[in-house]
Design a protein around this ligand. Structure first.
Ligand code: 13P
Length: 340
């Protein structure tokens, strides 16, 4: 198969009506933090047990087309001794891999960050691909502050994302390009709108400079929301209206799918906001879907609490969120479904 055909077939498998992506690629410090909330110790075995249970949820494949894994998980086995990427592929769920190495402060730009991990990336991608990964994810983060994100941060982060995406496509892995405007702060929605517009504008300019094929990538943005500490919450209709407006201004129609991150929204909130966007547009230029981490996993993790006897309940909770987000992907979700 040519590289182009390979990328296209991964896109076809990932972008499907009523389906989205599960982000289960928490780094070691992040998963330790999530586990600690429920008194679970984070060890290679507890992480394996949790993720193995989660990924073997019966029926997950009806709403989940792909799973983003962390490096460690690529080599772990499920409870039936199958390698996790192989087990996912056998269920027609595409395995992907987080390939960035996390963020550091951006020098000479107080309050801004930059993501590391480009050195040696091509070599790592070949290894991940041999282990079954067909797509990749890289996240840049932008905090909103009085002077942030700065023009330098916009440019440097966009350049990094574009270099990553170009390297992925050369290796035959579909890149998920994730610029996350953080929810932290007391800014209003307008400020988030402006920051998101500048970020996406810079990202697509850089993708173009680097020759990234837009048809063979996915965008994973944050929604336009008021800051976490802003006194007013926004209704799903407002979030949908502002988010679609900014995406229309900045994301070319050649991009096949936009898969949002949840970024600190509650599970129901993330589902309702996604639903509002799909309900609003009958024929959007791109698919509008999800690539949620916390919003898909939080209720499941709480139900599991590290005990094998809770496995059934955990899978039930996970399947419920996956199913409701699958409906939101079609604009067919309603709040009343939460209590059914
Ligand atoms: P959240 O949905 O929890 O924001 O996670 C998505 C993700 O992959 C962040 O990089």
């Amino acid at each position: 198969m040519s590289i182009e055909d390979e990328l296209q077939s991964t896109i076809d498998d990932l972008v499907q009506e009523g389906k989205g992506i599960l982000a289960a690629d928490e780094s070691q410090p992040t998963i330790a933090k999530r586990f600690a909330q429920y008194g679970i110790e984070s060890t290679p075995e507890s992480r394996r047990a949790y993720r193995s249970l989660l990924f073997s949820t019966p029926g997950m494949e009806d709403s989940i087309s792909g799973v983003i894994l962390y490096e460690e998980t690529l080599l772990q086995r499920d409870d039936r001794d199958r390698l996790i990427p192989e087990m996912l592929s056998a269920r027609h769920v595409v395995p992907g891999i987080k390939v960035d190495r996390g963020t550091v402060a951006l020098a000479n730009s107080p309050g801004d960050k930059i993501t590391e991990g480009l050195d040696g990336l091509a070599g790592r991608l070949d290894a991940y691909k041999a282990q079954g990964a067909r797509f990749a994810k890289w996240r840049e983060v932008y905090a909103i502050g009085e002077r942030n994100p700065s023009p330098l941060a916009l440019e440097a982060n966009a350049e990094t994302l574009a270099r990553y995406a170009a390297i992925c496509q050369e290796a035959g892995l579909v890149p998920i390009v994730e610029p996350e405007v953080l929810i932290d702060g007391d800014h209003d929605m307008k400020r988030c709108f402006e920051a998101t517009e500048s970020v996406l504008h810079a990202v697509f300019h850089a993708l173009c400079r680097h020759g990234v094929v837009l048809e063979h990538m996915l965008l994973k943005p944050s929604m336009v929301l008021p800051g976490k500490n802003h006194p007013q919450k926004a209704a799903p209709g407002q979030v949908a209206e502002a988010t679609i407006r900014v995406l229309r201004r900045t994301v070319p129609a050649a991009v096949p799918s936009i898969n949002f991150l949840s970024g600190g929204q509650g599970p129901e909130e993330a589902t309702a906001n996604l639903n509002a966007m799909n309900a609003m547009l009958s024929d959007p230029p791109w698919a509008i879907s999800f690539s949620y981490g916390r919003a898909l996993q939080q209720p499941a993790l709480a139900a599991w609490a590290g005990r094998s006897e809770n496995g059934g309940e955990m899978q039930k909770r996970f399947l419920e969120r996956a199913r409701l987000n699958g409906l939101a992907r079609r604009g067919e979700y309603a709040r009343e479904m939460e209590n059914e």
